[in-house]
Ligand binder design. Structure first.
Ligand code: SF4
Length: 346
């Protein structure tokens, strides 16, 4: 696995604190997020990893306050620069969406308007957020952005409709549309998972270059640990509505400290031994209908102890930039909302 190796800034752009999101369904309350906390520095790429249903996309959508009923953000803070997104009025949040924070969805053709030429859609993104711009300059800037996204004959392509484009080309348009306003934060929700591997690599490389050129921070959601290794500076591993491990990408992927992360890494096929049987973490993700009152991984964990099914593990700090929520690290200092408590010298 190739690992990204970049120096990381420490200037916080986004800070999510103790975020709880519930969905009120006919079967009961689904506790989708149970106290998620993380931060993202300027010009940094943070990856959110984990199985389907662990809360990655709910976390991302919460940042833009895009949780629709029956979902509800119950508590927490989402500090973007110096504003708490959860306390802003709707007009202020709309101004942030697409301007300061953009989001790339998994399926580009579902997000592009089928009856508007793609170039006009990219230009429209500019016009919404810069009222001083005229349509002709917006179109020119849109075509420049299409060229930067590696789209051949940008002028001709910009006059096409989404159904005339391949999946890879549509995703390039989508990325151009999200980056043309030069957002401070880009949320990329499985941006290439619907594409084949070669196109995926090209698009990730182009996106990575563009993100660095315009100095944008990225919250990258992916279940693909290879993509995570190559594109992220830090990673947060989620399980059943919690972050269970977080740290520098090299540290987490080379020296995972939570049994779930260790299992997740074992599921990556070994290219050197193609005949080796694939590993699967035993058991299933638990129901989120019950509020959390113990380690949610306890039914599947080979190291589970008695206390694991009685108590919620705190987050233990292994190094300055590596932490895990697991009782196996009892004796290390506890990280509590940025405040560290040394258990030996409380
Ligand atoms: Fe396993 Fe216990 Fe750690 Fe949970 S707290 S991951 S059950 S050892």
């Amino acid at each position: 696995m190739l690992l990204k190796d970049t120096p990381v800034t420490t200037d916080k752009l986004l800070s999510v604190q103790d975020l709880r999101v519930h969905f009120h369904t006919l079967r009961g309350i689904v506790h989708a997020l149970e106290g998620v906390s993380f931060h993202l520095n300027r010009q940094e790429t943070l990856g959110l990893a984990g199985e389907t249903g662990c809360g990655k996309s709910v976390t991302a959508r919460s940042v833009l306050r895009l949780i629709d009923p029956p979902g509800r953000i119950v508590s927490g803070r989402i500090i973007f620069e110096d504003r708490d997104i959860l306390t802003l009025d709707d007009t202020a949040v709309r101004a942030i969406r697409g301007g300061e924070i953009s989001m790339i969805m998994q399926e580009p053709k579902m997000s592009l308007n089928p009856v508007i030429r793609v170039g006009d859609q990219v230009a429209e993104a500019l016009l919404i957020h810069d009222t001083s711009l005229n349509r002709s300059s917006a179109r020119t800037q849109a075509e420049e952005m299409l060229t930067q996204m590696g789209i051949p004959e940008a002028h001709r392509t910009s006059r096409r409709y989404p159904h005339e484009l391949s999946g890879g080309m549509a995703q390039r348009i989508m990325i151009a549309m999200m980056l043309v306003t030069r957002p401070k934060l880009l949320i990329a929700d499985e941006p290439t998972s619907a594409l084949d591997v070669t196109i995926q690599a090209q698009i990730l490389a182009l996106m990575d270059k563009l993100v660095q050129d315009i100095r944008t921070s990225v919250l990258m959601i992916t279940h693909d640990l290879g993509v995570m290794a190559e594109t992220c500076d830090r990673v947060a591993v989620m399980y059943a509505g919690n972050i269970v491990e977080m740290g520098a990408v090299r540290s987490v992927l080379k020296d995972p400290q939570h049994p779930y992360t260790q299992g997740l890494l074992k599921t990556v096929p070994d290219k050197a031994n193609p005949d080796h049987p694939l590993y699967a973490i035993k058991g299933n993700v638990p129901s989120l209908l019950q509020p959390q009152n113990h380690c949610r991984f306890s039914d599947r964990c080979e190291y589970a102890m008695a206390r694991c099914s009685r108590e919620i593990p705190p987050v233990y700090q292994m190094t300055d930039d590596h932490e895990a929520a697991c009782f196996l690290h009892d004796g290390q200092s506890i990280s509590s909302g940025g405040k560290q408590v040394d258990l030996m010298n409380p």
